[in-house]
Write a protein that binds this ligand. Sequence first.
Ligand code: ADP
Ligand code: MG
Ligand code: ZN
Length: 477
Amino acid sequence: MLKSTIGLEIHAELRTKTKMFCGCPNDPEERHPNVNTCPVCLAHPGVLPTANAEAIKSVLKLGLAIGGELPTRAKFDRKSYFYPDLPKGYQISQYDEPLVLGGELAGIKIRRVHLEEDTARLSHAADGSGSLIDFNRAGVPLMELVTEPVIHSAEAALNFAKELQLLLRYLGISNAEMENGEMRIEANISMAEEGADSFGTKVEVKNINSFKAVEGAIAYELERQAKAISAGERIVQETRGWDPVGNRTVSQRVKEEAHDYRYMPEPDIPPLDFGAANAIDLAELKTLIPELPWDKRKRFINEYKLEPEQAEFLAADPATADFFEEAASELAADDTSGTKTLFNYLSSDLQGLLNDANLKIDEQDFKITPEKFADLVSLVVKREITSRLAKNVLSEMFKTGLDAHQLISQMGLEEFGGENRLQEIVREAIAKNPKAVEDFKKGKENALQFLTGQVMAKTKGSAKPEEVCSALLKELK
Ligand code: ADP
Ligand code: MG
Ligand code: ZN
């Protein structure tokens, strides 16, 4: 039996106002190339970098959230290599004294988290006629998180990546959108006989640009290695790239050609001393950490008696979770069935309306307040309106922002719930359908169904079928 081992290296661009070592704006939305630049991030000689405190705080916040150790001393180092997107000839990164050591997320042990700078962005013309370079991204703060080799399946790796993305968003330190490169994943993958006392030779897979690719690339690589090992072949230590079109990994370079980065302490930035009197206040940073996704899930299950999947749905988006809680606070505290109904209307009907309108629950254009939403839900819970009417009212609320009661009377539907108006419609239906009435008296079951249908149609679905039926029976007797 072969055992799979996976370790992840994940980069995320931080959402700071300015770049890592200069005052240029850090603006991933900027569409004009090379406007957010200065001599520092353009790598002019003789310039002086200064470290961005906001970026350092962001990584420390992450360290606190994952329960890592924050050493009292950290420093920056130069990592030397040449590439056109790095004209300095070295990247300022961290080597042996990173900001965060250890920690754990989603059951996976973390080795370290450090801070570095992103490179410029190269685009290559498809016809090979040349390449363009945009320095807006050069020097953007980039954090790198490295896990221990303790992941054993593609699914667990995917779950880890998703939990990290959610955590980065909760902490407000990165958008961590994989599709535009704000979060980038490299997977180290090896296989060895179960019980072997050392790991197998690892392969590093790069160019994993989506969650689909995380699962696809790891699953493919595990299968490739298993096949090779069973065929008696040796795994070569190499870097491979994920080819999302061909759905396979492709060899890029073997380890013999690997770089020696010649790390050396960055002489222009003094080491960070977190023991110093004027250092970043960790106690204050702690107060800036919101309730974390896993705590929120646990609390939602306990407090609102939700199912784990329901809690997960809500915790996946803090704004949705807040909306749910505000609406739930309008219902009676011990009203579990109300909370369940609230969740159902929120996660299916309301979410559907939001999706169709391509709208987020915390956007200005979304007009339903949690109070109004709770009001509608309590009408359903108290069985004052049918679920069919509730859906119609909800979509009107979504368009207008008006409250449920207002809409129900405006739509002229409220009376249909009232008994007098219903009795009137029932009498009308009986008067208009003598044939069905006769059939009913002869004992034909479907005559009653037919009449019920007539009445329901007249009430536009707002009356409850059981009520219509009993009103009909009462009148027919
Ligand atoms: P390198 O020096 O090649 O960068 P490291 O030991 O620093 O290797 O580890 C880099 C990443 O590779 C880490 O995420 C680590 O967990 C993972 N890793 C290390 N050895 C293995 C292995 N044999 N199989 C799978 N992943 C591994
Ligand atoms: Mg590595
Ligand atoms: Zn700059």
